[in-house]
Design a binder for this molecule. Structure first.
Ligand code: NAD
Length: 88
């Protein structure tokens, strides 16, 4: 899952299933988790632009905090065994 705001589709492994979505889109993220039934989740999505986070801290919190809560919530609901990432 990525909204491609800081990445390119051509850099994604061809064997990976890719979903273009915003991490804070609760329904979209929930639907993907339900469909994929993943046992392990690697969470590396982040808004990393410091200038943007200073200019718009609410947007930063939406992506980095609420987005992460969204992923964690979907992990709990879908009984994901392990989550990797989130270090900042
Ligand atoms: N790069 C490093 O050396 C490093 C080291 C330690 C920790 N980290 C942490 O890893 C995380 C990612 O860093 P990175 O360097 O890989 O950044 P990155 O910008 O390369 O990757 C973040 C990805 O998140 C995507 N994204 C941004 N907003 C999104 C949204 N709303 N919905 C869906 N996708 C969205 C971007 O398109 C991008 O592909 C950060 O939390 C960072 O602090 C990075």
């Amino acid at each position: 899952m990525d909204n491609l705001s800081y990445s390119k589709k051509e850099n994604i492994n061809e064997q990976a299933r890719f979903y273009k979505t915003d991490i804070f889109d609760k329904k979209a993220v929930g639907d993907i988790f339900k469909k994929e039934k993943s046992q392990i989740v690697i969470h590396k999505v982040a808004q990393i632009d410091v200038c943007k986070s200073v200019a718009d801290p609410f947007f930063d919190a939406e992506v980095n905090i609420l987005g992460s809560v969204n992923v964690l919530n979907a992990c709990v609901k879908n009984k994901v065994g392990k989550i990797i990432g989130l270090e900042a």
